[in-house]
Design a protein around this ligand. Structure first.
Ligand code: ATP
Ligand code: ATP
Ligand code: MG
Ligand code: MG
Ligand code: MG
Ligand code: MG
Ligand code: MG
Length: 281
């Protein structure tokens, strides 16, 4: 029929740039809130940590993980979330723009949707929350672990600074400039000391969600790290066998049925990963 004949406009497709991400690498998509410093003021976030705002982030992240079974783990702090696609993931043929835009819009839609549950007295209006996104490929498990450690270390450094800064302002009566000056050049130990001696705050007793951030993953049975270490660790280093298509389908089904949890755990040390070998296997 006539409508099947090429229109002559199709050549414009050739202008599209291929953006397939490198095969067999762990893809991390990180989203970050746009101008959240202003959003904090606009929507009255408590400083340094608004628990409601973190709950909105975590609820949106859970929805993203539930929607995309190819995601094995996610980590969130402040106005950012990192989503890790398994290295075997072939969603959208690993096209970066498709992966990033799907994560960003799924995350943003869920963020806006669940906002009223956590901010019942603060309806969203303009400016509405929006997020940017980027994708980075990590070739080895070590690189991926280092990426996750980097984000959690950042969470710790920023939170210790912010907790001390806002104590000086809110409890110590300083203005922002004075607090900034008081903290210039201080080390972690100095900040702990300021918190304890001046405000009787033991930093280690601050809520884990503030100190460690949030980890989202599928919860299967925990592995006892003592029984695990030996042969399985060796196996993990061996070349993976190519999985059959049905095996992949079964895995996908199993993943989409598993309970998704949000926890506030140390992901820098080995223990978290040793006890949950399915996340990186
Ligand atoms: P950009 O658009 O470049 O990302 P930004 O203003 O969002 O600009 P960020 O570096 O992303 O800059 O910083 C986010 C800001 O939002 C930080 O100041 C952080 O303390 C604040 N923030 C994020 N989440 C919370 C929260 N739950 N409670 C209090 N403050 C928060
Ligand atoms: P993908 O996730 O790959 O994009 P899709 O199902 O969204 O899958 P599209 O090629 O984007 O596939 O097609 C969108 C479909 O939605 C088409 O079938 C189109 O006719 C239908 N559609 C979009 N907008 C409307 C509309 N306003 N009214 C009726 N149908 C619509
Ligand atoms: Mg940014
Ligand atoms: Mg931001
Ligand atoms: Mg940020
Ligand atoms: Mg379409
Ligand atoms: Mg479509």
């Amino acid at each position: 029929p006539k409508w099947l004949i090429q229109s002559g406009f199709e050549y414009v497709r050739e202008f599209e740039q291929p953006d397939y991400l490198l095969r067999n690498t762990w893809i991390v998509v990180r989203v970050d809130g746009r101008a959240f410093t202003k959003m904090c003021a606009r929507y009255g976030f408590e400083k340094p940590n608004d628990r409601r705002a973190l709950d909105v982030m975590n609820t949106a992240a859970k929805a993203v993980v539930a929607d995309l079974p190819e995601i094995t783990i996610a980590y969130g702090v402040s106005d950012e979330y990192s989503f890790v696609f398994h290295k075997s993931c072939n969603l959208f043929e690993r096209r970066a723009s498709k992966l990033i835009s799907t994560i960003v819009s799924t995350f943003t839609a869920n963020y806006v949707h669940c906002w009223p549950k956590f901010f019942p007295d603060m309806p969203l209006s303009f400016p509405l929350p929006t997020f940017d996104g980027r994708a980075v490929c990590y070739p080895t498990v070590q690189n991926l672990r280092d990426y996750m450690s980097w984000r959690q270390a950042d969470c710790h450094i920023n939170n210790l600074y912010n907790t001390t800064f806002w104590s000086l302002v809110q409890l110590g009566g300083m203005d922002n400039k004075e607090a900034e000056k008081a903290l210039a050049g201080t080390l972690a130990a100095d900040k702990n000391e300021i918190l304890f001696s001046r405000f009787k705050i033991n930093y280690n007793n601050e809520p884990e969600i503030f100190r460690k951030g949030s980890v989202v993953f599928r919860d299967y049975e925990l592995v006892d790290p003592a029984s695990h270490k030996t042969s399985e660790t060796v196996d993990a280093l061996a070349e993976p066998v190519q999985q059959s298509k049905t095996q992949n389908e079964n895995d996908k089904k199993r993943r989409s049925k598993a309970r998704i949890v949000v926890e506030h755990l140390d992901i820098i040390r080995d223990d978290f990963w040793d006890r949950r070998p399915w996340i990186l296997s």
